[in-house]
Design a protein around this ligand. Structure first.
Ligand SMILES: Nc1ncnc2c1ncn2[C@@H]1O[C@H](COP(=O)(O)OP(=O)(O)OP(=O)(O)O)[C@@H](O)[C@H]1O
Ligand SMILES: [Mg+2]
Length: 541
């Protein structure tokens, strides 16, 4: 029996198999790249290789016109071709969302021949199949292919096949648009966050108008625009980090990174590789080169927090960076140059550290070029009310509460507390108060227990210095009179003063001297006719 000759076109099965493998290739071409244009060109090439496509074009709708996204088999000038909606076959397909088949291009009067002139380099008869690219039931573009003319071609099945290819393209466009949108959203968010950061660390967010705070503002303003190393000193929670941020965001480096290193939080073994980075193979686990914080802060500011806690060997390396602006990565020999402004902060007594030999003097002098002292909160009570208002507004907003004010006794409590934890402690106290507050006013009992002294119960009356001294003097005189059983001359001697002054004070303080005289004593005193117990004086008491 003669073996039938294999003709791929005559076998439906083999045609389907070929189409399946093309679809697989096309989907790989579209998903394997982030560059959608390149993916589309690749799809056209695949169609040309396996499906008798002579040339192909993908257009996408942009601002009411179809623009060429990808072409294969055309001359390059075809890339600039545009079709209006409804214009030519391509324009009609995009307008109607329905495929169009032109079995013989040479006999079709509406064929525009815009992308390729009639018979452009090709002498054969062509068929044209154009299918829409549909997204959410609207056409966003077209896939058009010129096929070798074959009288027996099954155009229905061709349209279906190219329809599947176009829906794959649509899917890829969809994914790309989502990625693009997400990217744009992230960019917007990033710009917004940067703006917010800048606003957050704007001067206006450092609250306070007291003398010491104003001096601090002046210093920040003086130094921000320079490249000078700044050392910020102050107790814990006074706002050192806030000042460091304010310096950065008000400097020429504001658009560059602000990188913080908490020296106290990093173990000695890690701090150097964190600061300077390391080379591949510097130690076990160093599988690739890693940049340190100095390199990450390039062009910007490096904030060395808690610098007082840094170990001596790292101090040597820091000193070199401060002097030369260069260093080597851990395990490396290449010298890395950096352009970084340094701000350091500490709540440690550095002078003591130097005396004890835990802090290098030369490093101290390098850091101590421009020092800003942040005063403790107890030394700037004038800022307290402003800060309280600021935190009240901030936390009410954050916790979605409507709290209008702080009651007078609560303000008194805030004012009379010594705030060992400074602004941070106050911030926490007010946040807690806002959380537990159930009305529109913060009352004394909403404040944390550490502030609950006699003030809270309202039993303390506020006294001026004069009043307090007077009360003390009155107590002393009464004590002395008690001891001398009402004898003014003796009491005056006890208090190392004259009897005349004592009498004057006794009158002034309305002290009833008779209360201190026992009956027996008074009798004797009358008998002895002591001058200090004259009836007039007693009467005047
Ligand atoms: N003048 C101020 N105005 C508004 N908020 C402030 C002010 N000072 C400090 N704060 C707030 O107090 C908190 C503590 O400030 P920050 O972290 O800057 O203190 P610090 O001096 O760095 O403390 P530590 O030494 O403990 O690290 C922060 O939440 C900060 O926003
Ligand atoms: Mg800090």
């Amino acid at each position: 029996m003669p073996v039938p000759k294999f003709d791929p076109d005559s076998s439906n099965d083999s045609r389907d198999a070929r189409r399946m493998s093309t679809l697989l290739e096309a989907s790989q071409a579209l998903s394997g790249t982030l560059n959608l244009k390149a993916g589309m060109s690749r799809v056209l090439t695949i169609l040309m290789r396996h499906h008798g496509v002579v040339r192909g074009m993908i257009t996408l709708l942009r601002e009411g016109e179809l623009h060429v996204e990808a072409i294969e088999g055309f001359e390059d000038r075809a890339r600039s071709v545009r079709y209006k909606l409804g214009e030519g076959i391509t324009g009609k397909v995009a307008e109607s969302g329905k495929p169009i088949v032109v079995p013989r291009v040479s006999r079709e009067p509406t064929f525009l021949h815009r992308a390729a002139k009639r018979g452009d380099g090709l002498r054969q008869e062509l068929s044209f199949v154009c299918v829409p690219i549909m997204l959410q039931r609207t056409a966003v573009g077209t896939l058009g292919v010129d096929l070798r003319f074959k009288a027996e071609r099954d155009f229905d099945s061709s349209v279906k096949f190219f329809g599947i290819v176009s829906s794959m393209i649509a899917q890829a466009i969809n994914v790309q648009r989502m990625v693009e949108e997400e990217r744009r959203r992230l960019l917007d968010e990033n710009t917004h966050l940067r703006q917010e950061l800048r606003e957050r660390y704007d001067f206006s967010n450092i609250i306070g108008t007291s003398g010491p705070t104003r001096l601090m503002y002046e210093q920040v303003a003086q130094v921000a625009q320079t490249n000078t190393t700044v050392l910020i000193r102050g107790e814990s929670g006074t706002g050192k980090e806030l000042i460091a941020h304010a310096i950065h965001y008000n400097s020429l480096r504001a658009k560059k990174p602000f990188v913080k290193v908490s020296c106290a939080a990093l173990p000695d073994t890690l701090i150097e590789s964190e600061l300077f980075g390391y080379e591949k193979g510097a130690f076990t686990g160093a599988t690739a080169r890693k940049k340190g914080r100095f390199e990450l802060a390039e062009g910007g500011t490096l904030f060395l927090d808690e610098i007082g806690d840094i170990n001596l060997s790292t101090q040597v390396k820091l000193l070199r960076v401060l002097q030369e602006r260069e260093f080597e990565r851990v395990g490396g020999t290449d010298t890395v140059k950096v352009n970084v402004r340094m701000i350091a902060a500490t709540n440690k007594d550095m002078e003591k550290g130097m005396l004890e030999g835990t802090f290098r003097e030369d490093l101290y002098y390098r850091l101590n070029v421009f020092t800003i002292f942040v005063p403790p909160l107890r030394d700037r009570k004038a800022d307290l009310l402003l800060l309280a208002d600021h935190f009240l507004e901030k936390f009410s907003r954050e916790h979605g509460k409507v709290i209008k004010r702080i009651s007078t006794p609560a303000i008194d409590m805030l004012m009379s507390y010594h705030w060992p934890g400074n602004v941070r402690e106050m911030e926490n106290a007010l946040e807690r108060a806002i959380l537990v507050c159930d009305g529109a006013v913060i009352h004394a009992h909403h404040l944390p227990p550490s502030l609950q002294t006699a003030d809270a119960s309202g039993t303390v009356t506020h006294v001026s210095l004069g009043d307090a001294v007077a009360a003390y003097e009155r107590d002393l005189i009464q004590d002395a009179l008690k001891t001398t059983r009402g004898n003014r001359a003796k009491a005056a001697r006890l208090l190392d003063t004259t009897e005349r002054i004592l009498n004057y004070k006794v009158r002034g303080y309305h002290i009833d001297v008779r209360r201190f005289k026992t009956p027996e004593v008074s009798r004797r005193m009358v008998a002895e006719r002591q001058p200090e117990s004259t009836p007039t004086e007693v009467a005047s008491d």
